[in-house]
Write a protein that binds this ligand. Structure first.
Ligand SMILES: [Zn+2]
Length: 223
């Protein structure tokens, strides 16, 4: 059976019909039980960077990025809605970019009002690996701007509430799509159901396509 894929979640509950990437927040890594058959992403969320030494952050990113079942680096990125300097946020984002290049694992990016900062940083670093913009809330012009990179767009519960977000989902290339529950109390099945409605395909068709997208992105890692 084709699984539902939840590309970014903070919910560690497991079930047989969902394949998920559980996001590990490195500032509280000791609170998780990391098991060998689960898939994870690990990174230092921009909200939690200002109370730690940057060398320590770098060491922790490096330590966890190398684990085989940590298949993506992040969430990491830039958030313009918080009171932490963009300069510091960019420095920590760069550490993740370096880890992603070194370990050849996709980046999972958190961006709040910062798509142009993210684009600028990726350009400056000549980033050529894959990336996933999680909780995507940009418009279709921004989808086009990010298309020069190997970018996937992960949509979450906003497609249920926002017409604008639903319309962006409708226009985004299907081979670049993922879905997620993030930290919301919603099932991934509901998000797929609404997404299938928006894209005018069956849920089964959508599940098959998202599985192809997943396998394409992680072909090298998971073989
Ligand atoms: Zn998250």
């Amino acid at each position: 059976m084709t699984p539902y894929i939840d590309i970014h979640t903070h919910n560690s509950d497991t079930n047989l019909i969902t394949r998920k990437i559980l996001n590990l927040l490195l500032h509280k890594i000791e609170q998780y039980e990391i098991t060998p058959h689960s898939l994870y992403s690990a990174g230092w969320h921009p909200w939690y960077i200002n109370k730690y030494n940057i060398d320590f952050i770098e060491k922790e990113i490096e330590k966890y990025s190398s684990l085989p079942n940590i298949i993506a680096i992040g969430e990491c990125g830039i958030d313009r809605a918080i009171d932490i300097s963009i300069d510091l946020q960019k420095k920590v984002f760069l550490l993740h970019i370096n880890a992603s290049k070194k370990h050849k694992k996709p980046l999972i990016i958190h961006s709040v009002r910062a798509y142009s900062d993210i684009l600028q940083t990726l350009n400056e670093e000549n980033y050529d690996g894959p990336l996933i913009l999680h909780g995507y809330r940009g418009n279709i012009q921004q989808v086009r701007q990010f298309a020069k990179f190997n970018t996937c767009y992960s949509f979450g519960s906003a497609i249920m509430k926002s017409k604008k977000n639903a319309s962006t989902l409708e226009q985004t290339p299907v081979e670049k799509l993922f879905f997620e529950t993030d930290d919301e109390d919603i099932s991934i099945e509901k998000i797929y159901l609404r997404a299938a409605e928006i894209r005018k395909v069956s849920t089964e068709e959508l599940k098959k396509q998202i599985e192809i997208n997943f396998n394409t992105l992680w072909r090298n890692e998971l073989d």
